[in-house]
Design a protein around this ligand. Structure first.
Ligand code: SF4
Length: 162
């Protein structure tokens, strides 16, 4: 199975109750290869919810306890983000995940970049809280912005062989 951010498959899991469907992924959503997850929902955050950002750091620095995740109202939601990541890791292990395709720039799912904590659309290089956790466990991560038809076909073929 391939672990995929729920919002990329068209599910309204985002903080604002919206989705961010990725046409390549939705094209193959009935292939039987995708396991849809939303780490923030897994961490029991509601839909809708205030937007949250890692405060001046990345997912890796959250796990190193060098920074927190706070929502726009200043509420510390670090525990919920970390719990969501642990649940995603358990699912990944249980379902023998062969790859992860996550939403870029999300504080949970970002693969190459995350917002910087100022809620002003400025990004930092690095990963979200769940993405960092899964990478440290050895999973291969891609964002929807990495995807091409060829790459997705390869990931689907690799998953079929396992
Ligand atoms: Fe999408 Fe990940 Fe945000 Fe959930 S936490 S809405 S899956 S980007």
């Amino acid at each position: 199975m391939i672990l995929v951010s729920s919002c990329l498959l068209g599910n309204p899991a985002r903080f604002d109750g919206q989705s961010r469907p990725c046409s390549l992924l939705t094209k193959y959503r009935n292939s039987g290869h995708f396991l849809s997850v939303c780490p923030e929902c897994a961490g029991r955050l509601p839909i809708p919810r205030p937007p949250a950002e890692i405060q001046h750091g990345t997912g890796k620095s959250v796990w190193q306890k060098r920074c927190t995740v706070q929502d726009r109202n200043g509420l510390d939601v670090t525990a919920e983000f970390c719990q969501g990541a642990r649940i995603c890791a358990l699912l990944a292990q249980k379902h023998k995940i062969t790859a992860v395709i996550f939403k870029e720039r999300s504080p949970s799912c970002g693969v190459h970049a995350v917002y910087d904590g100022t809620f002003s659309k400025v990004t930092l290089p690095g990963q979200g809280v769940t993405a960092a956790y899964l990478q440290q466990l050895g999973y291969k991560l891609y964002s929807e912005e990495d995807l091409t038809e060829e790459l997705l076909q390869q990931l689907l073929a690799d998953d079929t062989e396992k």
